[in-house]
Design a protein around this ligand. Structure first.
Ligand code: HEM
Length: 459
């Protein structure tokens, strides 16, 4: 490392994970306070369902106990889940005074490192966001659209004609390449090829691997040791990119995010954490959202034809409607989590200070009391009608922690939509909808959004 302070600040995955201790606390109700009801099954069973299938578990519990219920989840402990509109907004948009994020998200410190916006609160969080935000302003992102288009076109050219493949896998690859080019600013092919699989390691955890957060001792054993070595290898490559860019005399003229993060000469560890945070926040989410967009569109020929008809109109509102409707019916971030600092009213219960609260974004997106009886239907037209209930649409979260990459991700989805439709005609491999399944915290199509290229178009 070029910067001696930075070398000493560098943290290693093994130390982070072995040194991390989850906060398992049970908030005991005081007089006048109460926790909502919830299932009495073993905590281990509840945990399995939360980490493996919350998309079916939460709705089932909501049906049984109402909009507010209590679960026991390893390694956090008791969690109050809220599904009602006002409570979801209260928690997701609530500021750090009542609903800080830190303790709920402390596992990100083990995986990523300290000082990630994903687990900071208050003034520290604001300062860190202020450092990253300028790189994500609309005009900056607009400047990278051409790179996104090129990468998408190159990706589409690799798709075989006439045989099925998983769009999820292709979108994961594409989202990673976009990050390598646009966030890290790596144009060199060989370096990009080495970075992509290494970085993938940082965002692709199986539930089995995540067990090392529950039992850090696992870090010494086979698959977990391998996972940790992979994290450190990816960190090495990132640190090498940071070094390289710091030494680049032209970096002030560059448009990539890394070059901007180096303004003010911060230490390398801070920049490394910021890069991994952007990767963790932006890769899997974008890939899943883009996959769902095609999974939905290919099963709705009317919507597909309408979006195709507007491809030459740069401001076609229907494209935005398709993106919004995808994020509404298939929100990739199923819920957000916080921990209350004071007693608070949720669903008619005054829950004690210290309660972990998860707000289900998916519940409000798919609430027939808000969206009407056709709530489950993919109907982009609803976004062009007056009185769309946008208060109940929070795919990017809200408040202090609202998605930093929302504009970036929206533009990326739009570029992918336009570019793919211009180059190929796709068909879903089966008529039935792909069910939603969870892979750690993200919701993805069960079969990987399998599609086939029917034919190539002029482009
Ligand atoms: C469709 C794609 C995406 C979706 C649905 C999404 C969703 C979200 C949500 C719901 C949050 C709020 C979490 C909370 O309140 O606890 C969030 C935060 C965040 N997102 Fe995204 N995101 C997407 C893409 C991206 C991209 C492309 C990036 C960056 C390149 C990114 C970076 C972040 C960061 C850094 C945060 C944390 C902000 C903070 O805590 O201050 N996201 N995202």
């Amino acid at each position: 490392m070029s910067n001696p302070t930075a070398t000493s600040l560098r943290t290693y995955a093994r130390d982070r994970i072995m040194g991390w201790r989850p906060t398992i606390r049970h908030a005991a109700p005081q007089p006048g306070e109460a926790l909502p009801p919830g299932p009495r099954t073993l905590g281990a069973l509840q945990s399995m369902r939360v980490w493996g299938a919350r998309n079916t578990y939460f709705p089932a519990m909501q049906q049984r106990y109402g909009d507010t219920f209590l679960l026991r989840v390893t390694p956090i402990g008791q969690i109050v889940v809220v599904c009602g509109l006002e409570d979801v907004r209260k928690v997701a948009l609530g500021g750090p005074d009542l609903f800080p994020i830190g303790e709920n998200n402390s596992m990100f410190e083990a995986l990523i490192g300290k000082r990630t916006v994903l687990s900071l609160d208050g003034a520290e969080h604001r300062a860190e966001r202020k450092r990253i935000m300028p790189a994500f302003h609309g005009e900056r992102i607009a400047a990278v659209v051409t790179a996104m288009e090129e990468l998408t076109a190159q990706e589409v050219m690799r798709w075989p004609i006439g045989s099925d493949f998983s769009l999820v896998e292709r979108m994961q690859e594409l989202a990673l390449r976009v990050i390598v080019r646009v966030v890290l600013g790596v144009e060199d092919r060989a370096r990009a090829e080495a970075l992509a699989p290494a970085l993938r390691r940082m965002v692709d955890y199986s539930n089995l691997e995540l067990l090392m957060l529950v039992w850090p001792q696992l870090a010494r054993l086979g698959p977990w040791r391998k996972a940790i070595a992979g994290l450190d290898h990816a960190d090495d490559l990132l640190c090498a990119e940071i070094d390289r860019r710091r030494a680049d005399p032209d970096r002030h003229q560059r448009a990539d995010v890394l070059s901007m993060l180096l303004d003010g000469d911060p230490d390398d560890e801070l920049v490394r954490v910021e890069l991994v945070t952007l990767l963790a926040g932006g890769q899997e989410t974008s890939a899943m959202a883009a996959s769902w967009m095609f999974e939905r569109l290919l099963r709705h020929p009317g919507a597909l034809a309408r979006v195709r008809a507007g491809l030459d109109d740069p401001k076609d509102e229907y494209r935005t409607a398709v993106i919004n409707e995808t994020l509404r019916v298939r929100p990739v971030v199923y819920n957000v989590g916080r921990r209350a600092t004071a007693p608070v009213e949720l669903g008619g219960y005054r829950v004690p200070a210290g309660t972990f609260v998860w707000a289900s974004l998916a519940a409000i997106h798919r609430d027939p009391r808000i969206w009407g009886e056709d709530v489950e239907e993919f109907r982009p037209e609803r976004w062009l009608e007056p009185d769309v209930p946008s208060r109940a649409f929070l795919p990017w979260g809200g408040g202090a922690h609202r998605c930093l990459g929302a504009t970036f991700a929206h533009i990326e989805m739009e570029v992918i939509l336009r570019t793919v439709l211009r180059h190929v005609e796709l068909r879903a491999d089966q008529a039935a909808d792909e069910p939603m399944v969870m892979r750690n915290i993200f919701a993805l199509p069960k079969h990987g959004a399998r599609v086939r290229v029917e034919r190539r178009l002029g482009g």
